[in-house]
Design a protein around this ligand. Structure first.
Ligand code: ADP
Ligand code: ADP
Length: 232
């Protein structure tokens, strides 16, 4: 099953002499229930590709589909709804709201969507991420690893079709980073979550089922790994 797809996706920033072609016709399927890593040199278009897939940035040409939904046919309001209801996003800088507790941060996407928490799912996410004893803490009272786990819980709480993670371990020490990657991998294999992660770290990419390589805005490689569960 295909969770998301780009067809001939092009993205040009700016105009005229200042124009930068960030994506030069990318056609890519993202498989549901798989952990896909996007790698490539700085400036190769990784973030742009992920932002287009997540409805955060618009295509210049080509199409972006989330399931059967054509994001390129949508206006801003519809995109906001799709992002809210069907997409989770984990940022390198965590992006937690400092005045809210961990629990309030985690529940925020549901609140914005006017949805009630599924208590048993919430309990699973909180326990698996080891956040039970930290729910009343504010971000400033948590370690970097804990803050990022709160950000992951917040991305998972709505049970989105796809979770996008932009260098999620970039601000973590290697132990916290590996714990987080192990969790992301388990959420794919135990709960069928679809995850797309941008990283430049080969160790982080080794947790994925598939590595898509970009160079100069085009696909330069696509490597599937047999899924050795020894990584867990
Ligand atoms: P990566 O994530 O692989 O580092 P990006 O997708 O961030 O690559 O950038 C791809 C290209 O597009 C780069 O040349 C970058 O400078 C350019 N770019 C990205 N965002 C913008 C923007 N908002 N305005 C102009 N150029 C941009
Ligand atoms: P980790 O092992 O996740 O990297 P740390 O070694 O940074 O965690 O932190 C160890 C413990 O100290 C954690 O349980 C964390 O909740 C707590 N802690 C870390 N930073 C702070 C802080 N600024 N204020 C209060 N508690 C903190």
């Amino acid at each position: 099953r295909v969770a998301a797809r780009t067809i001939g996706l092009e993205k040009v920033y700016g105009r005229g002499e200042a124009a930068v072609r960030a994506l030069a016709g990318v056609t890519l399927d993202i498989h549901a229930g798989r952990f896909t890593a996007i790698m490539g040199p700085s400036g190769s278009g990784k973030s742009t590709l992920m932002h287009c897939l997540a409805g955060l940035d618009s295509a210049t040409a080509g199409r972006v589909l989330l399931g059967d939904t054509d994001l390129t046919a949508m206006g801003d309001r519809q995109l906001t709804t799709v992002r809210r209801d069907r997409i989770g996003f984990v940022f390198q800088a965590f992006n937690l709201l400092p005045q809210l507790t961990a629990q309030e941060n985690i529940l925020l996407p549901l609140e914005l969507a006017g949805r009630r928490p599924d208590q048993s799912w919430l309990d699973q996410v909180v326990d698996v991420l080891g956040l039970r004893q930290r729910l009343r803490h504010r971000p400033s009272e948590l370690s970097g690893g804990q803050q990022q786990r709160v950000a992951v819980a917040r991305a998972l709480v709505t049970r989105p079709d796809v979770v996008f993670a932009d260098e999620p371990t970039g601000n973590l020490d290697s132990r916290s980073g590996n714990e987080l990657l192990g969790f992301l991998r388990r959420s794919v294999h135990d709960y069928g979550q679809t995850i797309v992660m941008v990283t430049h770290d080969p160790v982080a990419a080794s947790y994925a089922d598939r590595v898509v390589l970009l160079a100069d805005g085009a696909l330069a490689g696509d490597i599937y790994r047999p899924t050795p569960d020894t990584v867990l």
